[in-house]
Write a protein that binds this ligand. Structure first.
Ligand code: ADP
Length: 517
């Protein structure tokens, strides 16, 4: 496709090889796009909430993933429709920014599009719909702020944080151990958090899993776990007060950068080469020894010769340690990563003595199989994000669809104040917000419409924005009593991101694609 200009400077599109392209325009394009996006949202809808279903996905090479995390489902679904990919991106952005609410955001976007389709059919121009949605989303976001409350906790009183993480974990497969896992997540976050600056660096939390044992054996380790063996089986397994050389250079003789040929035609020449090589190794080991290292952690491998020498010279070593791990080891032990043997000095060695004070922690997950461990990792990631978000900003809104219902009521009321065509879009936005409580009710086996109308009526009657869907049949719809809440920024982000994507999809009126599609 090319954009060209005629003699009056008006642009026009040249479609090369016309017969090979298919083209959808105007309303047809919008409808096709909406259908694609809705299909994605429909898949995720049944996974929303504490009673949501899990999905089983198989990758092309046969790996199976079982999860109910929205971002993961979409990530692995291998969609090839461009609009469906936008939904995948949407969920990914929510995951990146907030880490939780990845299913909800897609359900919300799907429902906004569904409502938009009805408006398009009534002949309302997509731009007016987009504008109406934009206004409505601002009203909703402001209203969320209005109904939010502060969440109190401190370093000495972590129980509220634990409770929150438990809510997040309760909708996951690992909910059997939610108490223990929530405690681990909160302790890990607090270990790396700076409460005064309200900052948390999640990069300092390492999540490591090993098949075996039970989920209950999962533990938090203040320090780093590197799942590697010593390079030689006879090297000591326990080193007290280790001084660690952290190397990114390999234990091997330097290799010529350009092509060279070494002719070895006599035994003597071979001997010299060997001796030379050995000398190199010896010097390297000596440099580590001189600096005072009692353990070498190396990013690269080393061959048997070097390994043997290290063993002989009594210098235990670990090889093939990943870059990220290397960095964490350096942070934890106060050492420096050394790229050349010449640069090794005693100050650059990492010391293990005070590692207990380290700000790096590892969550060491145990479980019956790899699938379970992977899902636990994802669930713990969500819990970590929730705790981090609360430390960054401790405003919360209540969950179970209660915040969405409250916003829906507020947006509906605002629609009456708008005289223009936008009011239809604003009203549709209010209807679309109901999708979350509807899905929650449906997934819990309740009658969706009846439950929603009852809860909505109750919210209006009692003027209580905490009424939501009682998914677990606790006996009360008050989410404050049930202690089900979400962070304010997370919920606001959901509404903003969903609106943004929907506006983008609505504004596409020409789809040109290869016709094999
Ligand atoms: P997401 O990936 O969007 O976080 P989840 O499957 O975790 O999706 O579901 C989150 C939704 O479930 C939120 O709307 C939350 O308020 C709701 N929820 C979680 N726990 C409960 C509960 N115990 N009762 C009612 N609603 C709940």
């Amino acid at each position: 496709m090319a954009l060209a200009f005629d003699e009056f400077g008006r642009p026009f599109i040249i479609l090369r090889e016309q017969e090979k392209k298919s083209r959808l325009r105007g309303l047809d394009a919008q409808k096709a796009n909406i259908a694609a996006a809705k299909a994605v949202a429909r898949i995720l809808r049944t996974s929303l909430g504490p009673k949501g279903m899990d999905k089983m996905l198989q990758s092309p090479d046969g790996d199976v993933t079982i999860t109910n995390d929205g971002a993961t489902i979409l990530e692995q679904m291998d969609v090839d429709n461009q609009i469906a990919k936008l939904m995948v991106e949407l969920s990914r952005s929510q995951d990146y920014e907030i880490g939780d609410g990845t299913t909800g955001v897609v359900v919300m976007a799907g429902s906004l599009l569904e409502q938009a389709e009805k408006l398009l059919e009534r002949g309302i121009h997509p731009i007016r719909i987009a504008e109406g949605y934009e206004m409505a989303s601002r009203i909703a976001v402001d209203h969320l702020e209005h109904i939010s409350t502060k969440f109190e906790f401190s370093a000495d009183n972590i129980e509220p944080l634990v409770q929150t993480c438990m809510t997040t974990l309760s909708s996951k497969i690992v909910n059997r151990c939610k108490r223990a896992l929530a405690e681990i997540a909160v302790k890990a976050v607090l270990a790396v958090a700076d409460l005064e600056r309200k900052d948390v660096n999640l990069d300092l939390i390492k999540v490591e899993g090993k098949v075996g044992g039970k989920l209950e054996d999962t533990e938090l380790i203040y320090g780093i776990v590197v799942d590697k063996d010593m390079s030689h089986p006879q090297m000591p397994k326990r080193i007290e007060n280790a001084k660690i050389a952290i190397l990114t250079c390999p234990f091997e003789p330097p290799k010529p950068k350009t092509k060279h040929k070494v002719d070895i035609d006599t035994v003597e020449k071979f001997q010299t080469l060997r001796e030379q090589e050995q000398k190199y190794f010896d010097e390297m080991v000596q440099k580590c020894k001189d600096a005072g290292a009692t353990l070498v952690i190396c990013q690269w491998g080393f061959d048997d010769e070097a390994n043997h020498l290290l063993m002989n010279r009594n210098l235990p070593a670990v090889r093939w340690v990943g870059g990220v791990e290397l960095e964490l080891i350096a942070i934890a032990t106060g050492g420096r990563i050394v790229p050349r043997f010449q640069e090794l000095t005693p100050e650059k060695l990492g010391k293990v003595k005070k590692c207990a004070n380290s700000r790096v922690v590892t969550m060491f997950i145990r479980g019956g199989n790899k699938m379970m461990i992977e899902e636990t990792k994802r669930s713990l990631h969500d819990a970590l994000c929730v705790a981090r978000n609360l430390i960054r900003n401790n405003s919360i809104v209540y969950g179970g669809g209660s915040a969405e219902i409250a916003c829906s009521v507020a947006v509906e009321a605002a629609a009456d104040r708008h005289p223009g065509v936008e009011q239809y879009a604003i009203r549709s936005f209010a209807d679309a917000l109901d999708a979350v409580p509807l899905a929650l009710a449906e997934n819990s086996g309740l009658s969706p419409i009846d439950t929603l109308t009852a809860v909505k009526a109750q919210q209006v009657k009692d003027n209580n924005p905490h009424c939501g869907i009682d998914c677990n049949d606790v006996g009360t719809t008050d989410m404050k009593e049930q202690n089900v809440f979400e962070t304010l920024i997370g919920k606001q982000q959901q509404i903003l991101l969903a609106t943004q994507v929907v506006k983008m999809i609505l504004k596409i009126d020409d789809v040109i694609s290869p016709s094999e599609y």
